[in-house]
Design a protein around this ligand. Structure first.
Ligand SMILES: *Cc1c(COP(=O)(O)O)cnc(C)c1O
Length: 405
């Protein structure tokens, strides 16, 4: 398996860490509460199929994806547990989705009608979760819209109403709004009950709400971030329940391809934004923004204080202070990136590090969902290394041997 790591740049994914995180999250749930493992965005950058396989093997009852194509890919890989597709289907996507046995979110009457027609054509029930819009401002029936559509909805053949859910817009940041969203959802569910419509699976919690509102776990929670040991925005270490141990499965690596002595006064890279202050040695790394490395994500400031911070950082960078990702790590030591990150090459200063040579591995920081899928993923499971297509075989074997439960 050694050849699996012979890449210039690669992402290493520790599947045992993900397995442990799935078990740890399950440990937060009362018995009987189901876990939907969210594996959208290529398993948050860790790889759709390998992550899904581990989550299913460790007891996740359902998987969640945004796009129906990802659901189809899971089926093609032989993963049989229920898969909920979050986004509305485009007209024409229904047949394939029903054929794959995906569970589909429905948030409008026309969607429901198209799905019902597809179920009829294919001769198979479509599993449906009603999505309720309570404040996310994106998709789903508003409570009024559902009230208006209900009679028609209930007459449509071929739809099995298995679930009903809503999505919180600010689960960690805005408790009042979150409770408001839940009240809207809950009173609608009550109303449905009174009309004799019983939907077995209610779910509202993402990672942040799963941590903060155990009383809202209902029949199922939808957890993404925590499975990858990412803390949701607004959640701090001390918000984590005592005893919840999460392990980071992700590391991003490259290797030194060249060492270049530079002299005081030289400049580095495009735009000549960095001038060398004293003689040193540059290490050139074969990675850049073309791989998704060093991209600064600057969302709209969330308030005045945030705006001041962004302005201060931008001004600081003009005067030479670092902005965004500016360091990498070599042999456990932090070294600065010099100049702009290029499309496929980046320079770091290794003048103070003795034992660096061509081929030395370099650990990179990076926003994991931004790192392109074209960067190879290497999977570590039971101390062995695999490529994605080998993981499949391995975790099947592990399942057969009873190693993964
Ligand atoms: C992404 C997503 C989640 C998971 O959110 P995390 O914060 O990663 O746990 C849950 N539900 C829906 C509908 C989502 O799109």
């Amino acid at each position: 398996m050694e050849q699996a790591v012979e890449f210039a740049s690669w992402v290493e994914v520790d599947l045992d860490a993900i397995a442990g995180n799935v078990a740890a999250v399950k440990g937060l749930l009362e018995p009987g509460v189901r876990l939907l493992a969210v594996v959208k965005a290529d398993g948050y950058g860790h790889g759709l199929v390998p992550v899904a396989r581990v989550a299913a093997a460790r007891g996740a009852e359902m998987l969640g994806v945004t796009h129906p194509g990802d659901g189809a890919a899971l089926r093609q890989a032989g993963i049989a547990i229920p898969v909920l597709v979050f986004r509305p289907l485009l007209p024409g996507e229904e047949d394939a989705a029903v054929k794959c046995g995906l569970t589909l979110s429905v948030g409008s009457l026309p969607q429901a009608e198209r799905l019902s027609a597809a179920a009829g054509r294919i001769g198979r029930q479509a599993m449906v979760h009603l999505e309720i819009e309570t404040g996310m401002g994106r998709t789903g029936f508003t409570p009024e819209a559902l009230r208006g559509a209900l009679d028609k909805l209930l007459t449509l053949p071929g739809l099995q109403m298995e679930g009903i859910y809503t999505h919180f817009a600010a689960a960690s940041g805005d408790p009042d709004f979150t409770k408001r969203q839940f009240r809207l959802f809950n009173s609608l569910v009550e109303e449905l009950r009174e009309r004799g419509v019983r939907i077995p699976l209610r779910h509202v919690c993402n990672s942040a709400a799963t941590l903060l509102y155990p009383e809202l776990h209902l029949e199922m929670v939808r957890v993404g971030n925590l499975l990858y040991s990412r803390l949701p925005a607004g959640i701090k270490e001390h918000d984590l329940p005592e005893g919840l141990r999460l392990k980071d499965p992700w590391s991003f690596w490259t290797r030194v391809v060249h060492l270049q002595p530079v002299r005081r006064g030289d400049t580095v890279g495009y735009g000549r934004t960095h001038r060398i202050a004293r003689d040193t040695v540059l290490a050139v790394l074969p990675v850049g923004y073309g791989d998704g490395f060093g991209l600064n994500v600057t969302p709209r400031p969330a308030g005045w204080i945030d705006l001041l911070k962004v302005l201060a950082k931008t001004a600081g960078s003009f005067f030479g202070l670092p902005l965004g990702i500016r360091h990498v790590s070599i042999n456990g030591r932090t070294v600065p990136i010099l100049g702009r990150v290029g499309m496929e090459l980046t320079c770091v200063d290794v003048g103070k590090l003795p034992a660096v040579s061509v081929g030395t591995p370099v650990r990179l920081p990076g926003r994991r969902t931004a790192i392109k899928a074209s960067v190879p993923r290497v999977y570590v499971a039971g101390k062995e290394r695999h490529l994605a297509d080998q993981v499949e075989i391995n975790s099947r074997n592990a399942l057969d041997n009873g190693e993964i439960r």
